[in-house]
Design a protein around this ligand. Structure first.
Ligand code: MN
Length: 226
């Protein structure tokens, strides 16, 4: 029921995105699915998703997460997504909601510090730990005042807590590839018949777009896993 808004915005006869409604995957032990999708739509952003009560709570982070505890990243809450979305990577066709290229940038599990996530959502402060391929350790999402009054569209800040995973390393620049396929945005767009030129604007300059570079890396990885 919570994903009504998600479904209303999309035409599942056209977009390859999942409709949702399957059984929520059981992760157990008080840990839940965590995913970040790098999304080159009208503007580049990182969709930060945390599984809770059978859906993915979602925030759009324009600049992406930062490992530096002194950096606060704006995170606009967006509609809940189905849990199946945590595996989606591909091209959303032109004219559809969110049209553009989606990369599975990070994937793993998360654990809320307090088991009552509903209360944390209500209070506007969610403390949690990430066990992702790229992001780990302690984080917090804090709701801010002033940005819109719609409760489903509130502005939050995503902040790294100080721990051994805190760093000044810029993950968005230094770890730009998909954790699912090792592809860059331009590769995903090209493979899915999307706008590779626009997608490449979301890839770090100089790391992509060398003819064949990402493709061959992808091929090497595929060979290894076959
Ligand atoms: Mn998005």
């Amino acid at each position: 029921m919570k994903i009504d808004e998600y479904r209303k915005k999309r035409n599942f006869g056209v977009t390859p995105e999942p409709r949702g409604g399957g059984k929520a995957q059981k992760t157990g032990n008080g840990s839940f699915i965590y995913a970040v999708q790098k999304h080159m739509a009208s503007h580049l952003h990182y969709d930060f998703r945390l599984e809770w009560r059978g859906v993915l709570l979602s925030w759009a982070v324009p600049k992406g997460p930062s490992l530096d505890p002194s950096v606060k990243r704006l995170a606009m809450q967006t509609e809940d997504h189905p849990v199946e979305y945590a595996d989606f990577e591909g091209v959303i066709p032109a004219g559809q909601y969110g049209a553009g290229t989606v990369m599975l940038w990070d994937r793993g599990t998360w654990q809320p510090e307090s088991p009552d996530v509903d209360a944390s959502l209500q209070a506007g402060e969610i403390k949690f730990t990430l066990q992702g391929r790229k992001l780990q350790g302690a984080w917090v999402l804090v709701r801010t005042r002033g940005f819109g009054s719609n409760p489903g569209r509130s502005a939050w800040l995503l902040i790294k807590h100080r721990d051994q995973y805190a760093s000044t390393k810029d993950m968005t620049q230094e770890e730009p590839r998909s954790v699912a396929s090792q592809r860059l945005l331009a590769d995903i767009a090209r493979d899915g018949g999307g706008d590779a030129e626009k997608a490449s604007m979301g890839d770090p300059a100089g790391k992509g777009n060398r003819p064949g570079s990402a493709k061959s890396l992808h091929a090497v990885r595929r060979k290894r896993t076959l």
